[in-house]
Design a protein around this ligand. Structure first.
Ligand code: NAD
Ligand code: TYD
Length: 340
């Protein structure tokens, strides 16, 4: 298969590239990414250097001409769209770019997929499109039938894209699928998100900014388990279907922060409660029964193993995140590709 992976230089996109290269060594993967602040080409260095089935193309999914030219040249068998603005706090500060990339970018990719008759388009969505659940109803979980009910400009933009994908499926017969996953954690996550930010701050002895009272609950899944789910959906999922992905692993933010502190042998005095995020979703919890029954998917990594592995990865790859914090990673593309 020849697969286009958009957003390949981001957290989950890059993990997906490595997952695919390992699982399907005969596949050809084209990584496409605009290298926004969240994209880091250093993350893909091993894939590029391996000289196997991976190639990187710098480009924006909202650039209709560039996307059309890429599709005309490559004849993809599948498109997996990870490219997005993904940070809720940023969407509250500046919603515009979220609408442009997450909605219009999706449209551009689907138009190219239609024009060049790509056999499968997969939209990587999120459980945040379902809004949130109350803390006092642990029996309630998000199913694929849960109504869309968004809270932040980020989740509204992702939900808009999902509606557009469903419209393209029905109106144009686009052979598409959608996955809605819970919070991911693992290597290469940008240190603005909860887990890597807390690890980096903890190691630097800086305050750990916990929003509100830290009681919000997220349903954490190790990134490889998400990659495995997407691979299964792309190869065996039914066109037109939505699949929820999550591992029944609900945790309060404050408990995660305390776990990181303990693992790193630091003091809880670093915890600093900060003004709550506007419109802060209380609880996310996924029911993955459909993907388990339909495709045999089940998470393989227990949280206690995955979080240890993740913290160890950040300890072993300090230059990766220190380059991000210093801004140096943004020069990497010029250094590697500037004179080519
Ligand atoms: P990320 O922010 O780490 O990566 C996003 C990538 O997209 C970056 O490399 C960025 O450069 C690229 N990008 C942004 N705008 C672009 C554009 N206009 N054209 C081309 N590339 C562009 O995000 P992530 O955490 O890896 O999330 C990937 C996808 O998975 C997103 O669609 C997100 O909504 C979804 N998702 C994330 C999570 C999570 O916990 N992180 C959970 C469920 C779903
Ligand atoms: P985040 O990693 O931004 O993911 P999302 O908002 O998409 O779930 O945040 C996870 C939770 O952690 C969320 O409830 C907000 C909270 N949070 C903090 O308390 N402090 C922080 O510095 C960050 C980044 C997040």
């Amino acid at each position: 298969m020849k697969v286009l992976v958009t957003g390949a230089a981001g957290f989950i996109g890059a993990n997906f590239v490595y997952y695919m290269l390992c699982k399907h060594p005969d596949d050809e993967i084209v990584g496409y990414d605009a290298l926004t602040y969240a994209g880091n080409l250093e993350t893909l260095a091993d894939a590029v250097d391996a000289g196997g089935g991976f190639r990187f193309v710098k480009g924006d999914i909202t650039d209709r001409e560039a996307v059309d030219a890429l599709f005309a040249k490559e004849k993809f068998d599948a498109v997996v769209n990870f490219a997005a603005e993904s940070h809720v706090d940023r969407s509250i500060e500046d919603p515009g770019v979220f609408l442009r990339t997450n909605i219009l970018g999706t449209q551009v990719l689907m138009d190219a997929s239609r024009k060049y008759e790509v056999p499968r388009y997969h939209q990587v969505s999120t459980d945040e499109v379902y809004g949130d659940l109350p803390l006092d109803r642990p029996d309630l979980l998000f199913t694929e039938e849960t109504p869309i009910h968004t809270s932040s400009p980020y989740s509204a933009s992702k939900a808009s894209a999902d509606l557009l994908v469903q419209a393209y499926i029905r109106t144009f017969g686009l052979p598409a699928t959608i996955s809605r996953c819970s919070n991911n954690y693992g290597p290469y996550q940008f240190p603005e998100k909860l887990i890597p930010l807390m690890i980096a701050n903890c190691l630097a002895g800086k305050p750990l900014p916990v929003s509100g009272e830290g009681l919000n609950v997220r349903d954490w899944l190790y990134v490889d388990d998400h990659c495995k789910a997407i691979d299964l959906i792309v190869r065996s999922g039914k066109v037109g279907e939505v699949y929820n992905v999550g591992g029944h692993n609900e945790m309060k933010n404050i408990d995660i922060v305390k776990l990181i502190i303990q693992y790193l042998g630091k003091s809880e005095d670093l915890i600093t409660y900060v003004t709550d995020r506007k419109g802060h979703d209380m609880r996310y919890a996924i029911d993955p029964a459909k993907i388990t029954a339909a495709l045999g998917w089940a998470p393989e990594t227990m949280f206690k193993d995955g979080i240890g592995r993740t913290i160890d990865w950040y300890l072993a790859h300090k230059p990766w995140w220190e380059n991000i914090l210093s801004g140096e990673y943004q020069q990497y593309y010029e250094k590697m590709y500037g004179d080519r």
